[in-house]
Each structure stands twice: as structure tokens, then as C-alpha cells.
Write a protein that binds this ligand. Structure first.
Ligand SMILES: Cc1ncc(COP(=O)(O)O)c(C=O)c1O
Length: 399
């Protein structure tokens, strides 16, 4: 079967994406998985790209790869309209296309926004566990990361708003916070924050005049029974203090194209970004813009099929985890946050699974001290490969 036919077949039967083909991939996820080791660590999916995205990139190459003609920021650049339509259509968020600015990735957007919207020495609250670069990045910017743990209560992961309030006001020590970095849906727990929780956080943000940076990159990977609510959609007052970040990296598996979007509701930050854009932090590529535009305008059918496979895989994880490994199934994302603390697997359970199961998982400790004893399993892979991954994990534990 040709590579293209194999990709097409992968959508009627995701298991037709075979291990040999995946092993030849040279990206971060698969290139470190040698000699039959199975990678389930970094958050890339193994599924083939949406056909409409592929077409859009090919079309760009066949037409004009000269300097793009989208320097007018007042309209939100080339992705303003696509972002706003999608935010409204899928999440009921009346985003303003003219508030959209482009960056190469979410971490860069977050850095620029904090650099321009806060001062050195300011506290920035964020919840942990948190995706590896963010806490570090805040420190490197000369701001003070003030962490608030997400804890298990009544069988669910919850953000403690009282703890957040004490952190923001400086009552827990350290400087008061000028900004809050929120990840919703949350990586690694997969929690989708409820409206009540978001309203409590928003009230706090208004009371303490916080700039809120809301990373919503997993917003389209939500399972039935849950609903993503964009933070900026809560009210106009909240929108005016919120920067919403997203990209195509997770939902459309486009991390390699290097393009993220910031919807900047805070006028002072938007103006400051416009003063710097093109000088300090460069510009995204025309290929990336076309890929993301195609993703947001004409890949919903592809995404529906991905979600069908992910729902199936999520159920498989629930059924086939070995005794002793605890997991609250994610409400969104294709990441399962596995609690291995009841097992005696040494300091770093991911080392145990790499050695004994030949499966690469993300070490929980990378997500902060709350992650000690956890591993993160990426289940966005063909069902047959997931079954093998779980078989190896069970086998390593003697089941
Ligand atoms: C919460 C969160 N934000 C940002 C990213 C990275 O996104 P990007 O590659 O678009 O910067 C990830 C990747 O896993 C993530 O989980």
C-alpha cells in the first residue's frame, strides 16, 4: 500500500497505521523509541494529518511562497476571523477577530504577554502539576512563580480557590500576584473546569486586578458529558483582562508547524505587543498560517473521527490498567495521569516502565513536585498499539 493510501485507510481502520511506519518517523516522539520500544510520552498524536490541512499546505507551495501580505494587525491578521468564528461556533465565545495576534508557540506567547503585562518581581500564580516549561519560564522572565496545587477531592481533580486567593494576596508568603496562568482543560489531569469554578477564579481576578493568561489548547479534545468554557467568555469585564492562548498542536497534531494564537483582550498588552511585533519575536510562516486556517475551517470531520478513536482508547485505558495504578479518567485530552504511588517502583516510575515494559511515559516529576510517583500516558495511538502498550505495562507489574 502506498503511504497515502495507508494514511487514508487509517481513518476507516486506525490500526492500519502500523508500527514499522510509525518507527520510521523522525520527530521527537518516535525518534527516541529504538528497538521496539513504544513511545507514549510527548503529547503528539500518531494519527495522520487531516487531508484538508495537507491540501492547504500543498496549495500554498504551488502558489506563492513570497512575503505574505498580512501585516495589518487591526483585523487580527490572517487567523483572526478563523479563530473568532471557531471560538463562537464551538464554544459560544464572542471573540473579537481584531484581538488576535500570532506567535510561534504557546510558551512564546505566554512569555511575551507576561513580559509586557507584568513587571520584574511580580508574582504569577499557576496551578501544579503543570506542563514542564511554564513554571521555569516564569522564573526566567524574572517573575516569581507561585504555585497552587490541584488536589484530588471526592474522586475529582480540583483547584482550591481559597488556596489560590491566599497565594494571590501574598498571604502564603512571596510577592502578591499580578497575573494568573490557567491551563483549562488541564494537562496532565485532563480536568475540565466547571462554570462555578471559573466564576470563582474570575471574581478573584477582578478583585485583585489580575491579568489572566488562559491556555486553552486542549479545548477541542473534550469528551461527552463535559463542556469547555473559555475563560474570556464569562463576561466582558473578564474578557478585558484575559489573554486566551491556543494553537493546532494538540487538536490537529500540528506542533511542527510552529504557530500559536493569542486572543488579547487587554488593550494595554495588545498595544505593547503591536509595538514589538516583527522586531523581537519574529513572524510565523505562511505554511503554518494556511495549515491552521484549514484546521479551524475544514477539518471538523477529521476531528470527529479522531475523537471516536480517542473515546475508544480512553475506555481501553480504564479497562486495562493493572491493579495498583490509579487514574481518574481525563475529561479532556488524550493524556492519562497515572498514580503509581501505591506501587514500589523506585524514585521515578517512568524509569521502571522504560526498563521493564519498554514503554516511554512522561515522568510525573517533570510537572512539579505534585507529580512525584505519577506518569503520564499518551493514548493517541492506534488501538492495537495501545493494547500492546498496556499489555507490556501489566506484564512489567506481573499481571
Ligand atoms: C497545556 C499545554 N499548553 C501548551 C502546549 C504546547 O503547545 P504549542 O506546541 O502549541 O506551544 C502543550 C503541549 O502539550 C500543552 O499541553
Amino acid at each position: 500500500m502506498s503511504a497515502r493510501n495507508a494514511e487514508a485507510a487509517a481513518w476507516t481502520d486506525p490500526d492500519s497505521l502500523d508500527l514499522a511506519a510509525l518507527s520510521r518517523r523522525d520527530g521527537e516522539k518516535w525518534s527516541v523509541a529504538k528497538d521496539g520500544v513504544l513511545p507514549a510520552w510527548v503529547a503528539d498524536m500518531d494519527f495522520p494529518i487531516a487531508p484538508s490541512i495537507r491540501q492547504a499546505v500543498l496549495h500554498r507551495m504551488d502558489t506563492d511562497l513570497g512575503y505574505p501580505a498580512w501585516y495589518d494587525e487591526s483585523e487580527g491578521g490572517p487567523l483572526g476571523a478563523a479563530f473568532a468564528h471557531r471560538a463562537h461556533r464551538r464554544h459560544g465565545f464572542a471573540a473579537d477577530p481584531a484581538h488576535v495576534r500570532l506567535f510561534t508557540d504557546i510558551n512564546q506567547a505566554m512569555q511575551v504577554v507576561l513580559q509586557l503585562g507584568t513587571a520584574p518581581g511580580d508574582g504569577v500564580a499557576l496551578h501544579t502539576p503543570v506542563c514542564p516549561p511554564f513554571e521555569d519560564t516564569i522564573g526566567k522572565l524574572g517573575r516569581v512563580a507561585r504555585t497552587v496545587p490541584i488536589r484530588m477531592r471526592d474522586g475529582a481533580w480540583r483547584l482550591d480557590v481559597d488556596h489560590l486567593r491566599d497565594t494571590v494576596t501574598g498571604r502564603r508568603g512571596g510577592p502578591p500576584c499580578r497575573a494568573l496562568f490557567l491551563v483549562n482543560p488541564h494537562n496532565p489531569t485532563g480536568r475540565v473546569l466547571r462554570r462555578r469554578e471559573l466564576l470563582d477564579i474570575a471574581a478573584l481576578a477582578v478583585e485583585h486586578d489580575l491579568l489572566v493568561v488562559s491556555d486553552e489548547v486542549h479545548a477541542d479534545l473534550v469528551y461527552p458529558g463535559h463542556q469547555h468554557i473559555p475563560f474570556a467568555s464569562l463576561s466582558d469585564e473578564v474578557a478585558e483582562r484575559t489573554v486566551t492562548l491556543t494553537s493546532g498542536s494538540k487538536t490537529f497534531n500540528l506542533a511542527g508547524i510552529r504557530c500559536a494564537v493569542a486572543h488579547i483582550g487587554v488593550k494595554a498588552v495588545r498595544d505593547a505587543v503591536d509595538d514589538h511585533q516583527g522586531l523581537l519575536f519574529g513572524q510565523v510562516s505562511a505554511l503554518a498560517v494556511d495549515a491552521l486556517k484549514a484546521a479551524w475551517t475544514s477539518a471538523d470531520g477529521w476531528l470527529d473521527r479522531v475523537m471516536t478513536v480517542l473515546r475508544h482508547n480512553r475506555a481501553t485505558v480504564a479497562e486495562q490498567l493493572p491493579p495498583g495504578v490509579a487514574c481518574v479518567l481525563p475529561e479532556a485530552t488524550y493524556l492519562a495521569w497515572l498514580d503509581c504511588r501505591a506501587l514500589d517502583l523506585g524514585e521515578e516510575p517512568s524509569d521502571f516502565f522504560a526498563r521493564e515494559a519498554r514503554v516511554l511515559l512522561m515522568p510525573g516529576s517533570l510537572f512539579g513536585s505534585e507529580g512525584a510517583g505519577f506518569v503520564r500516558l499518551n493514548f493517541a495511538t492506534p488501538p492495537r498499539i495501545l493494547a500492546e502498550l498496556l499489555r507490556r505495562i501489566r506484564g512489567a507489574l506481573g499481571h
